[in-house]
Design a protein. Structure first.
Length: 128
């Protein structure tokens, strides 16, 4: 049996772990902007407030796996906007403009749009 065949049964659980860890990291960005925890090195503007609410609420929904696909679609768009409006004007390259996180979040959320939530998600209970 090949390695791929042995690992395939664990794919839904691995997807869930990716979703959960991503959500926890994303929620942290929302709490940083809304509650100052961990302390934020910048001032909160109206646009940052809207982003913070999306990060906190959307992150929680992704964490529990509820409405995963539509929420992930919105969050992917938010991260694309964040990259092009906040990071790219500093420098084109993510390594130079601290936009690595925005790019990774954007594409992980885009992946979740197509892959779904994996195991341990409330979305799975709605189907039953």
């Amino acid at each position: 049996m090949s390695l791929s065949e042995r690992l395939s049964p664990y794919q839904p659980a691995a997807l869930a772990v990716l979703r959960i860890v991503t959500a926890i990291l994303f929620i942290e960005h929302g709490t940083q902007k809304l509650f100052g925890f961990p302390p934020a090195p910048y001032e909160i503007t109206t646009l940052f407030f809207v982003a913070a609410v999306m990060e906190l609420v959307g992150g929680i929904l992704i964490l529990i796996g509820l409405f995963t696909r539509p929420v992930a679609f919105l969050l992917s768009g938010e991260m694309a906007i964040a990259y092009f409006t906040v990071h790219m004007p500093i420098n084109f390259f993510p390594a130079n403009n601290q936009g690595d996180g925005a790019v990774l979040f954007c594409f992980i959320f885009l992946f979740l749009v197509f892959a779904g939530a994996g195991e341990w998600a409330l979305d799975n209970r709605q189907r039953r």
